[in-house]
Ligand binder design. Structure first.
Ligand SMILES: NC(=O)c1ccc[n+]([C@@H]2O[C@H](COP(=O)([O-])OP(=O)(O)OC[C@H]3O[C@@H](n4cnc5c(N)ncnc54)[C@H](O)[C@@H]3O)[C@@H](O)[C@H]2O)c1
Length: 391
């Protein structure tokens, strides 16, 4: 295997994008009734890799009109503009905010840029959908949420793993006591690391906010907010070559083990990293392993495939001990649907299961994991969110 193929590359994402676009086209949540819905005027910032997954969905949504695009690498905004028929393009957020009017910012920039861009958009009176993370710390994220509420604006953040039918199935088994006394859960997510942008490996990047964030959202969504965290984080590959900066030093964790205490004796573990060879590839369609498993005194559940693209859930209980597969239909769920779903909420008043408080709790877990790894100590958490997510 050569180096290019062994790294996470754009072609793999392009494939994932097509799958996601097809899923949205079939989604019952966007089938039109007799009335034409209001279209939310969207400005999208960050026209890199993931915009290729979001834009086909946003431009097909009956609740969205994408009116402007922005990227500091201006040629990227222009290219996306040509491809998706968006005429207003800008090289800086200030120009975008002063340009053609819009109501809803979709932020798909580098992880370290989200916080200040989200703040500028909220200050300018825009609702915000942010790729993960919404902010770089719990305290700054809570300030953003306060600002949004003061201005009667909405703020949401990826990921949307709690919206999948597989998550709902698992949550309902737990709520119904099918697993008996709940004891433990394990989740893992990794690949060989993105090869296009340095920010994934710079301070504020790392496998925790890029990858573990999915599993942390799913496990806290299933088991409840974490009370405390212990972690060990390491760097396995100290130097990398990436498209935008050449040879770089890796400054953020590329290998992470996080333990969470959810209270009532329930403990879980999330493993994530940028050095994980996966024989099944990364687009999700061939992932046959359990990436999340949950066990209790009376049952076991395993989520088949990634939690951002789940393929089913295997369940065995004392009453029915043979493993049986459930929830194999995606029902329109696809990981890049979040911003379009949020626009639907703005247009119709519908609510999502995704909440900013949950996203901020996950940010606190990530910063606590870093503190724990550095100090060797277990870190108590302050934040919480409305749970159970699915009733
Ligand atoms: N690539 C994926 O498949 C994927 C999947 C899920 C989530 N994400 C998340 O999406 C975000 C972006 O990832 P990506 O892979 O698309 O990265 P990318 O490097 O391909 O794209 C980021 C873009 O943002 C632009 N940008 C950075 N700072 C900016 C600023 N201040 N103003 C305007 N534009 C700015 C960059 O020039 C770049 O074009 C990250 O938070 C990442 O974790 C990516």
């Amino acid at each position: 295997m050569n180096t290019t193929n062994s790294l996470m590359n754009r072609r793999q994402f392009a494939k994932a994008t097509m799958v996601a676009g097809a899923a949205l086209a079939a989604s019952p949540s966007v089938v039109l009734g007799a009335q034409t819905p209001r279209r939310i005027r969207v400005g999208l910032i960050g026209c890199g890799s993931v915009s290729g997954a979001y834009l086909p969905i946003l431009t097909q949504s009956p609740f969205v009109e994408v009116v402007s695009l922005c990227d500091i690498r201006y040629e990227r905004a222009q290219e996306r503009g040509r491809r998706f028929n968006v005429t207003n393009t800008y090289p800086h957020i200030k120009d975008m905010l002063a340009g053609v009017p819009f109501e809803f910012l979709v932020n798909l920039t580098d992880m370290q840029e989200h916080e200040h861009l989200n703040r500028q958009a909220l200050q300018a009176g825009k609702h915000v959908w942010s790729e993960k993370p919404i902010a770089n710390s719990l305290a700054e994220g809570q300030k953003l949420l306060r600002l949004a509420r003061e201005k009667d604006l909405r703020l949401w953040g990826a990921p949307i793993t709690v919206e999948s039918p597989q998550f709902a199935f698992m949550a309902k088994q737990i709520n119904a006591g099918k697993l008996g006394r709940l004891a433990a859960a394990h989740a893992h997510y990794g690949h060989e690391g993105p090869d296009w942008s340095a920010f994934f490996y710079e301070k504020g990047g790392g496998s925790l906010p890029d990858l573990a964030v999915y599993n942390l959202t799913s496990l806290t969504g299933l088991l409840g907010p974490a009370k405390s965290v212990s972690a060990m984080l390491t760097i396995v590959t100290p130097e990398r070559t990436v498209e935008n900066k050449g040879r770089i030093k890796v400054e953020a964790e590329d290998n992470a083990m996080v333990l969470m205490d959810h209270g009532n004796g329930v403990v879980s573990h999330v493993q994530s990293g940028f050095n994980y060879f996966n024989p099944h590839g990364h687009d999700g369609s061939k992932e046959s392993r359990y990436t999340i498993d949950v066990v209790g005194s009376g049952g076991f559940m395993g989520m088949v495939g990634y939690d951002w693209a789940p393929l089913g859930v295997d369940l065995a209980t004392q009453e029915s001990p043979d493993l049986k597969r459930h929830a194999t239909d995606a029902q329109g769920y696809a990981w890049p649907n979040g911003a379009a779903m949020a626009a639907e909420c703005l247009a119709t008043g519908k609510e999502m299961l995704v909440t900013p408080e949950h996203a901020l709790h996950v940010i606190e877990i990530i910063t606590a994991a870093r503190e724990s790894s550095k100090s060797g100590k277990r870190i108590e958490l302050k934040s919480t969110f409305k749970w159970p997510v699915v009733v």
